[in-house]
Every structure is written in structure tokens, then in C-alpha cells.
Design a binder for this molecule. Structure first.
Ligand SMILES: C[S@@+](CC[C@H](N)C(=O)[O-])C[C@H]1O[C@@H](n2cnc3c(N)ncnc32)[C@H](O)[C@@H]1O
Length: 232
């Protein structure tokens, strides 16, 4: 049960300092957790596990926070930070039991594809943060993005994840998702009768090379129009 001293928001004072988790407890992470419907429910049902939601929109972080406080949930936290950066630099190695990515922004226009979460960089960081045998659960309403993500994992297997030629992920059956565990977006899409595409992958033991530092091209450097969008 939550006490008054528990803050559901994971406060960041130094974005170069990795977070400390209780490594004796399993951890599940949701990327782009939105208002937290899925993760806070899961936290309620699984008191023996810790949960971390990563969400960059302030209003949604506040709603997640409210759900934890009202439900007296003390094993879920939300972090307002960019997911790739968080995976790359701030999470413990090989600790997450499951990572959920439900209905990530599909960025359908070709000129925006570089904004998509899934790509070789995210797969590198994802593998590094999942425990061996840990799972990624993925769902989307966007067929083309679904196929692109599946292709991303196939390409990773062909590349052997980089250093050695052995696959780092195997495709497995996605978890059952009855109505009770639908996210906000899944509820909305299902009510519209849209098809939903799901897949899951399990991480395998592989060469554990350090992650190379992230670099960004000059045109992607923070600038007025971009930084302002995330401050409201
Ligand atoms: C389409 S919504 C889906 C929300 C929720 N998963 C659901 O199914 O209801 C995608 C969410 O991911 C968040 N998001 C997108 N890219 C992100 C990133 N790189 N880091 C953190 N959050 C991100 C957005 O702010 C948004 O809340």
C-alpha cells in the first residue's frame, strides 16, 4: 500500500546518472504508457513486481500519477523522459522481465519515419535492458508499421545483432489481451472496429558488447520549435 512518502513520479535530477532499482524485484516497463491504464492495473494485480512507465507528455504523466495516488499503488512509477535515451543510458543491464510497447506513434509519413521508436538503436538498447529470456510485447493498429517492426527484428537476426552472428531475439506468441487489459488507445481503436496487430519476442543470450554512445545529426539538435512542443 502506498504511504504519503511514495512519489509515483520518478524525478530526474541528473540525466547522466543511471536509475537505481531494487534488483531483487522483477521489473516491467511500458514505453509510451500514456495515461497509465494498462500499467497501473498490472501493478495492482502484481504486488511482487515493480513497474516503470516512460511517457514524454506531461499531462499523461500527471494522469498516471493520479491513478497511482488514488489507487494507493506503490509499485508503479512514471518517468517523463524520451524512451530511447532512457533505454540507452539509464536502465540497469539485463533486468527487465517484460517491455510493453503498445500503440507507439506510427509516424505514417515517409519523411517522419526517422521519428519511429523501432530501429537498430532501440533494438540494441532493448536487448541490453531485457533479462535473458525477457519479452517485448508489441501491438499496433498500423499494418505498415507492424510489418516494419517485424522486419526490424528479422534484420537484427540476420545481422546477428551486430558483433556476432547469432540471433538475439526469437519470435514468440504475444500475451493474451482481454478487454480488461486494453490500453486507452486499444480501447479506442477496438471501439472503431479497427484491426489490431500484435507480436512478441523473447531475448536470447548473445554477445554482450557495450552500447556505443548515441549521436545525433546537426539537423536534429534541439531547437526552439522542437523543445517547446514537449514543455506544455
Ligand atoms: C499513441 S500513444 C499510445 C499510448 C498508450 N500506449 C496506449 O496504448 O493508450 C503513444 C504514446 O507514446 C508517447 N511517446 C511517443 N514517443 C515517445 C518517446 N520517444 N519517449 C517517451 N514517450 C513517447 C506519446 O507521448 C504517447 O503518449
Amino acid at each position: 500500500m502506498m504511504t504519503d512518502s511514495v512519489d509515483p513520479i520518478l524525478r530526474v535530477t541528473d540525466i547522466t546518472k543511471p536509475f537505481e532499482f531494487d534488483l531483487s524485484r522483477p521489473l516491467e516497463i511500458e514505453v509510451g504508457c500514456g495515461k497509465g491504464k494498462f500499467l497501473t492495473e498490472r501493478a495492482k494485480q502484481n504486488a511482487d513486481c515493480d513497474f516503470l512507465g516512460i511517457e514524454r507528455m506531461l499531462e499523461r504523466v500527471r494522469l498516471f500519477d493520479g491513478k497511482c495516488r488514488r489507487g494507493k499503488i506503490d509499485n508503479a512509477k512514471v518517468l517523463r523522459l524520451e524512451a530511447l535515451y532512457t533505454f540507452h543510458y539509464l536502465l540497469p543491464a539485463h533486468h527487465a522481465r517484460t517491455v510493453y510497447v503498445f500503440f507507439p506513434d506510427p509516424w505514417p509519413k515517409k519523411k517522419h519515419h526517422s521519428h519511429r521508436l523501432f530501429g537498430p538503436l532501440f533494438l540494441n538498447a532493448l536487448w541490453k535492458r531485457l533479462e535473458i529470456g525477457g519479452k517485448l510485447e508489441f501491438a499496433t493498429d498500423h499494418k505498415e508499421y507492424f510489418e516494419t517492426v517485424c522486419q526490424c527484428f528479422e534484420d537484427d537476426a540476420l545481422r546477428g545483432g551486430g558483433a556476432v552472428s547469432a540471433p538475439r531475439f526469437e519470435r514468440v506468441e504475444p500475451m493474451p489481451r482481454p478487454k480488461e487489459v486494453w490500453t486507452e488507445f486499444e480501447t479506442m481503436f477496438r471501439e472503431q472496429g479497427l484491426p489490431i496487430y500484435s507480436a512478441a519476442w523473447r531475448s536470447l543470450a548473445a554477445d554482450d558488447a557495450p552500447l556505443a554512445p548515441l549521436t545525433i545529426p546537426p539537423e536534429a539538435e534541439p531547437r526552439e520549435g522542437i523543445t517547446r512542443r514537449y514543455l506544455v
